[in-house]
Design a protein around this ligand. Structure first.
Ligand SMILES: Cc1ncc(C[n+]2csc(CCOP(=O)(O)OP(=O)(O)O)c2C)c(N)n1
Length: 348
């Protein structure tokens, strides 16, 4: 069992492969939950650089969306999608080092998690300007289309972000050009402290897709199997050149907007109601009904997960902070293409 998404495991028709796949999905959600819990604890110990935006409660979405993707697809996560890094096969130690601002992180200690990306694993980081990553996803998809590549771009965003202007521009352009992009809205009901009914006048973000000329779907985001089955179908259609689609997943975040937010704007009853639909516990019930020995499976996976996280923390803690003289390195991409050599010669 590896920690890279389950697409390879999904290929085998045999029962063994199916069992392996089911456990891989469980492992993925457990790893994301435990990793984020550890990050929250480390934050309280003042070991994390910058804000922590926990996605606890939303693990089924990242898991169900990333699993059917191919390694050469490109994903653009937002601030609550740390799990994307784990499922795309990024090294957990480097991810933890990024969170701690260490030299060994993706940006070599130049940034917090918020803007992290890892091009080696097809992840483009976001900026603080919510929604700015959607036009980038559309640009990536345009490149795939122009080069006739069977790759897709996947843009994650919240329901609050969906009300931003550049989200509209991105979706409109993607619809006009029928670009291979999947828009993934994680509707957790709050944009910071603003409840959904105070920032949009319709019930579903997905309803907006019709205005751009493509399909929009509403899906229960805490139900891993529902997320996975819908995403598989949608991804297949997009990959075959049928244009973009939008999936809105209804979900809930357990923590406040970030770790310094006690979320006093919502009721205990509401939180408890959503906790009773927890994605991991719901999936555990499914595993049990499928005949897995849940206690044994849980123990084995918890041990594996804790070992991975412990190694990641040790690696990050032992890594150095960047040296001041590195501050100006890696700020610009190395120029490539026609005329670059001549221009370089001229200026030297
Ligand atoms: C353009 C812009 N406006 C406001 C903010 C401040 N801000 C950061 S996260 C956030 C809430 C975003 O809510 P949503 O898109 O629903 O995602 P969630 O945090 O709920 O996952 C806000 C208002 C920002 N970063 N960028």
């Amino acid at each position: 069992m590896d920690i890279v998404g389950g697409s390879q495991a999904a290929a085998g028709p045999e029962v063994g492969a199916q069992v392996e796949f089911e456990l891989q999905l469980y492992f993925s959600m457990k790893l994301i939950r435990a990793f984020e819990e550890r990050v929250s604890r480390l934050h309280r110990q003042n070991k994390i650089l910058g804000g922590v935006y926990s996605g606890a409660g939303q693990e089924a979405i990242v898991t169900g969306v990333c699993t059917p993707l191919q390694p050469d697809d490109v994903v653009l996560p937002l601030h609550r999608d740390l799990g994307v890094f784990l499922l795309r096969g990024c090294d957990p130690g480097r991810l933890m080092a990024q969170l701690m601002g260490k030299e060994t992180g993706f940006s070599r200690g130049k940034d917090s998690f918020l803007h992290a990306g890892d091009l080696e694993h097809g992840i483009i980081g976001s900026t603080s300007m919510l929604g700015s990553s959607l036009p980038v996803a559309v640009g990536v998809a345009l490149k795939f289309q122009l080069r006739r590549e069977k790759r897709i771009a996947v843009a994650f965003f919240g329901e609050g972000t969906s009300s931003r202007g550049d989200v509209h521009e991105a979706m409109n352009f993607a619809g006009v050009r029928k670009l291979p992009v999947l828009f993934v809205c994680e509707n957790n009901r709050y944009a910071y402290s603003t409840p959904i009914e105070k920032q949009m006048a319709i019930e579903n973000v997905a309803d907006r897709a019709a205005a751009y000329g493509f399909k929009g779907h509403v899906c229960p985001g805490n139900d891993l199997l529902a997320v996975l089955q819908l995403t598989e179908k949608v991804v297949k259609r997009i990959r075959e050149g049928n244009g973009p689609e939008l999936i809105e997943f209804k979900t809930y975040r357990y923590h406040g907007h970030s770790e310094h937010d006690p979320a006093l704007y919502r009721s205990k009853e509401e939180l408890v109601a959503w906790e009773s639909r927890d994605p991991i516990q719901t999936y555990e019930l499914y595993l049990q009904r499928k005949g897995h020995d849940l206690a044994a499976v849980r123990e084995q996976i918890d041990q594996k997960v804790q070992a991975i996280i412990q190694r990641a923390v040790e690696f990050a803690e032992q890594s150095p902070y960047p040296r001041p003289e590195e501050a100006l390195e890696d700020l610009y991409a190395t120029p490539v293409g026609r005329g670059v050599e001549a221009a370089a010669k001229k200026s030297s």
